[in-house]
Design a protein around this ligand. Sequence first.
Ligand code: 13P
Length: 258
Amino acid sequence: MADRKPLISGNWKMHHNHFEAIQMVQSLSYQLNADDYSHCDISVHPPFTDLRSIQTVLESDNIPILLGAQHCHEQEKGAYTGEVSTGMLEKLNVKLVIVGHSERREIFNETNSQINAKAKAIFKHHMTPILCVGETLDERDAGIAKDKVKIQLDEGLQGIGKDRVGSMVIAYEPIWAIGTGATATPEDAQEMCAHVRDCIRQISGKATAEMVRVQYGGSVKPVNIAELMSQDDIDGALVGGAALEAESFARIAQYRLQ
Ligand code: 13P
């Protein structure tokens, strides 16, 4: 297996105001140690209103947790009320930006071509996209889960050079497993994450496919992380509910100790 450093990411969605966010990150940092950071990268993705506060905590206390965002707009600036540009995120020392989360696709109607433009805007400002893909339960039942993911990758990665694709993170998140408690079995998650890597091989070649980090997301908890992470093609996790609380997120990041 290629030497890919695992990445454990907490997507807080629309939870935690900036006071709660500061407390959470401080408490998380007390529970993590140098061994944890050397073994895996750890990122938190708070709401926009928390980013500046969390940046200050991480930098003033030298905490090596990576700061992430959940969303961005693809344009540099302009009349886009309510939106935030990648240039603004870069100035906050944001390192990773989630794009194409199924909630953005389904609730806010984001398309693959918009997601592709966002990924390019993220690279332009020297950050790393975490591109989310995944199927609905109906698509899984209809046997088209792999086709859906392939289209999301083909269109989402269009025009992005090999080196950049290799540096990306792809999060496979089956929609039916998000927030439902119904985790994919480790075997199903492995099969789909291997499929993601195979799609990347077809798009950008074998070497790039070996470099890209593939996360699994969907009801990841302290009790199921170790088995998921033991799969060959799973290089990390994108965690929702269980990342809101410091102790459970720390236990997920410390999965190797189980
Ligand atoms: P849950 O871990 O709450 O299922 O959420 C997963 C997710 O959507 C992370 O982006």
